[in-house]
Design a protein around this ligand. Structure first.
Ligand code: C2G
Length: 129
């Protein structure tokens, strides 16, 4: 089974690692779409701390990740799922229900987020030190 997931993975933390490891356990091949800097700017109104090529390299270096690519647009998700021949789309449950339309082409699974950690909170903690 081929698994696909998407994310920004900015200021990489253990919540990111947990979801990638759990996603990989759901199949035998994990592809990760790493959101581009431009997509992030559109979504969140700010650029990530780490550049897209560095975020991509950090994710690619993980033992649980088989393949990576840059996700340029949310509208291309169906194309990415088909092109990467994914059987399962995995996302954290902050996205619950948001990708149900892809059930027509693959299994869609939302995993519980790791509590008490996020990139935004980590940036705030560092700022306030
Ligand atoms: N995550 C998690 N636990 C946390 C923080 C994040 O399980 N404490 C998960 C999110 O649910 C997501 C993945 O880690 O599935 C990546 O999180 P982000 O980098 O915040 O990704 P996001 O900006 O939501 O991008 O096309 C969809 C987007 O690319 C998702």
């Amino acid at each position: 089974m081929r698994v696909i997931t998407f994310g920004t993975f900015d200021v990489f933390h253990v919540g990111h690692l947990n979801i990638l490891e759990r996603a990989r356990e759901m199949g035998d091949h994990l592809t990760v779409g790493v959101s581009s800097d431009a997509l992030n700017f559109d979504k969140k109104g700010r650029l990530p701390i780490y550049l897209q090529m560095d975020r991509l390299r950090l994710v690619e270096a993980l033992g649980c990740v088989d393949e990576v690519f840059i996700e340029d647009s949310l509208e291309l998700k169906e194309r990415y799922i088909i092109d990467h021949r994914a059987d399962i789309l995995v996302m954290g449950n902050d996205w619950q229900g948001k990708f149900d339309q892809f059930e027509a082409i693959c299994q869609v699974c939302y995993l519980p987020r790791t509590p008490s950690i996020s990139t935004t909170e980590t940036i705030e903690v560092i700022k306030n030190r």
